[in-house]
Ligand binder design. Structure first.
Ligand SMILES: Nc1ncnc2c1ncn2[C@@H]1O[C@H](COP(=O)(O)OP(=O)(O)O)[C@@H](O)[C@H]1O
Ligand SMILES: O=C(O)C1=C[C@@H](OP(=O)(O)O)[C@@H](O)[C@H](O)C1
Ligand SMILES: [Mg+2]
Length: 166
């Protein structure tokens, strides 16, 4: 699996970070999570939002995304990274996998305070409603993560990639 860049997009808590790491291992590719890049360079995400606001976070995120998706590997984006128009155009040169999740599977996944824009189920639903058309328009392949084990989802995506749909 050489030279391919697979980018995972989708709502907060869809499983981009967890599934991306496992998918990279399965395909023998490097893994990058753009939120982890931002945290390593600038500190925890809630602190960035609180001290500098969302526009500043988006600017840092755009830099991390541009650098990450220019290299071969599996790249998991933060849920809002695709709001950036330059990122939207850059994704055309990559293989984009959209992870979806139903609202009734979300409660236990958003219980920590790591996502400043997602404070409860209602805020998650509003954010996803506003973005779902955009997510769908960018996706080459979509996998739902609501009920199936992570291994099953990883295997499904890996099989699709290995069939040459990229
Ligand atoms: N297929 C799955 N089934 C059950 N829980 C999952 C699944 N995928 C992810 N999770 C859980 O959902 C939470 C959010 O996952 P994460 O990978 O951080 O999502 P994202 O990066 O999309 O925000 C984590 O607690 C993770 O263990
Ligand atoms: O949807 C969003 O706007 C965000 C999602 C988060 O990443 P995950 O999607 O990995 O939770 C993180 O980038 C930040 O809290 C903003
Ligand atoms: Mg994540």
């Amino acid at each position: 699996m050489n030279g391919v860049t697979i980018v995972l997009i989708g709502p907060p808590a869809a499983g981009k970070t967890r599934i991306g790491r496992r998918l990279a291992k399965r395909l023998g590719l490097p893994f990058v999570d753009t939120d982890a890049v931002i945290v390593a360079q600038h500190g925890p995400i809630p602190g960035i939002f609180a001290e500098h606001g969302e526009p500043h976070f988006r600017a840092l995120e755009r830099v991390a995304v541009a650098e990450s998706i220019a290299e071969p590997g599996v790249v998991s984006l933060g849920g809002g990274a695709v709001l950036d128009p330059e990122t939207q155009s850059d994704l055309a040169a990559t293989t984009v996998v959209l992870l979806t999740v139903q609202a009734d599977a979300i409660a236990s996944r958003i219980s920590n305070a790591k996502r400043p824009l997602v404070t409860d189920l209602e805020s998650w639903k509003r954010l996803v409603a506003a973005r779902s058309d955009l997510y769908n328009s960018l996706a080459d392949y979509t996998a739902d993560t609501s009920t199936r084990p992570i291994e099953t989802i990883v295997e499904e995506i890996a099989a699709w990639v290995e069939e040459g749909h990229r």
